[in-house]
Design a protein around this ligand. Structure first.
Ligand code: H5L
Ligand code: AKG
Ligand code: FE2
Length: 362
């Protein structure tokens, strides 16, 4: 049955849910209908919209050149950025530009599929929990929805990926993960040395990078972009996130000046990767490294994509402050928690800034 639409608006919210979620049209489908106004469920409360007065145009997160990554100055810049900003960009990181371009093309290929093809991977229809096409963040828990569709791919093995991941993007995402792994290892090595962890043994490797989730995010053109958000304020639950964004821009990071209600734009830099600390690394480092809130605005004239790789502990790992960090008598701020409990807590609520980490506080 066709959705109930009058004057290019939905007559009720169940018709909208049916069109966007149940039929897999996503917000991309809404955008392509040429709606004249933003549907009500997407209108965010005033305090969650990002207004111009909160931008700090003169500030920028650090940009770190990885060409001479063995130089101790690079390690010191990485640790410094992870402590003070929780966010930085890397350039000359050795992931070939073709790999990045290919995964961006693959993202467009996936979202350009007809709705019924994408809907095969929805929460209801997907053959596996490890592959999920969705919209907004957690629509069941949210008071106001986010203007974003996504495909989330949890990596188990190349064999599983070859059976379950959508063929239009599978190889390109796998290649992106493979080539990025080298950079992830370098960054984690530097960050661990900065907190007195001299060797990344198998147990540490699992805690730091035991599981990998890649999301393909699609933010379509939005009517009334100032009334909604692409992604609401949140910190990631990962140890590190490696984010590839396109040339459109729109990602903002909470600044560290004054009362902190100032937001710094992350400008797109050709070939760069954005790196951010997630909650798991904040917990493991007992607050030495900071997971910082970030958000994405909606755009009135351009479609935007981004491809974050979330590098995480294994779901079965117990996370808490590392012994090396507590050696000098430092008090633990966090208890030991099962990582999958932590992630479930995150996924079952709407984006709510930095609140997730309270789940692990003593
Ligand atoms: C994710 C879990 C917990 C799933 O475990 P499982 O036993 O399958 O639980 P489940 O009952 O299917 O899922 C738990 C809930 O999470 C939701 N969920 C599961 N996967 C996803 C997903 N990819 N995206 C959104 N929600 C999800 C489910 O819908 C469940 O909610 P509900 O339906 O009960 O309301 C497990 O695989 C795990 O522990 N993984 C650890 C590694 C991992 O995936 N870490 C997450 C890193 S993601 C990260 O850091 C940031 C993600 C993010 C940020 C902003 C966004 O806007 C966004 O979209 C995503
Ligand atoms: O799209 C972006 O730039 C950021 C997305 C993000 O924060 C996320 O998916 O966790
Ligand atoms: Fe994020």
């Amino acid at each position: 049955m066709a959705p109930i639409i009058r004057d290019r608006q939905f007559t009720d919210s169940s018709a909208l849910t049916d069109f966007v979620i149940n039929r897999g049209n996503g917000v991309k489908g809404l955008s392509e209908m040429g709606l004249k106004a933003l549907p009500k469920p997407y209108i965010q409360p005033l305090e969650e919209r990002l207004c111009m007065t909160k931008f700090v145009p003169q500030q920028s997160i650090p940009i770190i050149d990885m060409s001479y990554w063995k130089n101790p100055r690079v390690a010191s810049a990485v640790c410094d950025a992870a402590e003070k900003w929780g966010f930085f960009q890397i350039v000359n990181h050795d992931v070939p530009i073709e790999v990045l371009n290919n995964v961006k093309d693959a993202t467009y290929r996936f979202f350009d599929l007809p709705a019924d093809q994408k809907n095969k991977y929805s929460k209801e229809n997907s053959a596996s929990k490890n592959v999920r096409f969705g919209t907004s963040f957690s629509p069941e828990a949210e008071k106001s929805l986010e203007w974003k569709d996504y495909l989330s791919l949890f990596f188990v093995s190349e064999e599983e990926a070859s059976m379950l991941w959508p063929p239009v993007c599978r190889e390109q995402v796998l290649d992106y993960i493979r080539r990025t792994e080298v950079v992830i290892k370098k960054l984690l090595q530097m960050l661990m040395e900065g907190i007195n962890v001299k060797e990344i043994d198998e147990a540490k490797r699992s805690l730091l990078m035991g599981s990998i989730r890649t999301n393909l995010n699609y933010y379509p053109i939005c009517p009334d972009p100032e009334l909604t958000v692409g992604v609401g304020r949140h910190s990631d639950v990962s140890t590190l996130t490696i984010l590839l964004q396109d040339e459109i821009g729109g990602l903002y990071v909470r600044g560290n000046q004054g009362d902190g209600d100032n937001w710094i734009h992350v400008p797109p830099i050709k070939g760069s990767l954005v790196i951010n600390v997630g909650d798991a690394l904040q917990i493991l480092s007992n607050n030495r490294y900071k997971s910082v809130e970030h958000r994405v605005i909606a755009n009135g004239t351009k479609n935007r994509i981004s491809v974050p790789i979330f590098v995480n502990p294994k779901p079965t790992d117990i996370i808490g402050p590392l012994v090396e960090v507590l050696k000098n008598g430092e008090k633990p701020i966090y208890k030991q928690v099962l990582y999958s409990d932590y992630v479930k807590h995150f996924f079952r609520k709407a984006h709510d800034g930095k609140k997730t980490v309270e789940f692990a506080e003593i």
